[in-house]
Design a protein around this ligand. Structure first.
Ligand SMILES: CC(C)(COP(=O)(O)OP(=O)(O)OC[C@H]1O[C@@H](n2cnc3c(N)ncnc32)[C@H](O)[C@@H]1OP(=O)(O)O)[C@@H](O)C(=O)NCCC(=O)NCCS
Ligand SMILES: [Zn+2]
Length: 223
């Protein structure tokens, strides 16, 4: 048995992180303090990884920028030029791409992919390059993302299709005419056909409206 404490590594650049003895961490890689690196991980010299991240077994990090508190599950490769903002979750065996029309003998400029703060990418999902996944979006297991995904959107299937809105806490939002709310943490959101964002000021609680069936919400949006 082994534990992170048994293989502490100190870097001059970034402080202390934890790496299993089988991990390959090339000189020059920048790794933030508190980051945990599990067996058989390979970190390239050009990698930039923030603090308190977790890199699961058999992860590869190339020339990519990774924020703080990012969790990458087993068997994920993060290539140039992918950017993962803080709090992103990459499910097991999901895939990033960086060339739309690859050929063995042709080298092209890589196409970027941006995953915004707090977004979660489901197991086995594929993110086709050139797309942005919005903040706190939830990508379903096995989805193929071929278009930009909005903040707080649930997208599933192949090709990925909008399938609802989701709270920062990871629970599907209930949608009414005047907005949306989370049945778990009670947060309220403003929604339109294409956008969802946390509500800043609440004049009348959506939950109150629904409970009392007031005139604003008789025609609930159910799509
Ligand atoms: C997409 C997802 C977020 C939806 O969760 P949910 O809101 O609980 O949705 P439900 O299970 O109620 O399913 C709603 C509908 O979407 C379908 N669906 C659910 N997940 C799907 C997926 N990944 N791909 C395609 N369709 C999916 C269901 O079959 C159901 O269809 P129906 O209405 O025709 O019966 C979830 O299923 C998912 O894939 N999460 C990612 C899990 C994961 O990869 N975790 C990684 C860490 S282990
Ligand atoms: Zn919530």
């Amino acid at each position: 048995m082994w534990s992170p404490e048994s293989f502490v590594v100190t870097t001059e650049v970034a402080g202390v992180y934890f790496a299993h003895e089988t991990a390959i961490i090339e000189p020059g890689a920048r790794i933030g303090p508190g980051t945990r690196i599990w067996p058989w991980v390979h970190v390239a010299p050009t990698a930039e990884i923030g603090a308190n991240c977790s890199l699961g077994q058999n992860v590869y990090i190339g020339k990519a920028k990774i924020g703080n508190n990012v969790r990458i599950e087993n068997n994920v490769s993060v290539y140039e030029p992918v950017v993962l903002e803080d709090d992103v979750f990459c499910g097991p065996s999901m895939v990033f791409t960086n060339d739309l029309t690859p050929r063995s003998r042709i080298r092209r400029e890589y196409i970027p992919t941006l995953i915004k703060r707090g977004a979660s990418l489901g197991a086995n999902a594929v993110i086709v390059c050139g797309n942005t996944v919005g903040s706190y979006a939830m990508i379903g297991a096995g989805a193929v993302i071929t278009k930009d995904v909005g903040d707080y959107a649930i997208v599933a299937g192949n090709p990925g299709r909008w399938a609802g809105w989701i709270c920062q806490c990871g629970v599907r939002l209930k949608v009414a005419l005047q907005g949306a709310w989370c049945p778990a943490c009670k947060a309220e959101y403003d929604v339109s056909d294409t956008n969802c964002r946390p509500r800043r000021t609440s004049t009348m609680s959506l939950r109150w409206q629904v409970k009392h069936q007031c005139s604003h919400n008789r025609n609930q949006v159910t799509r």
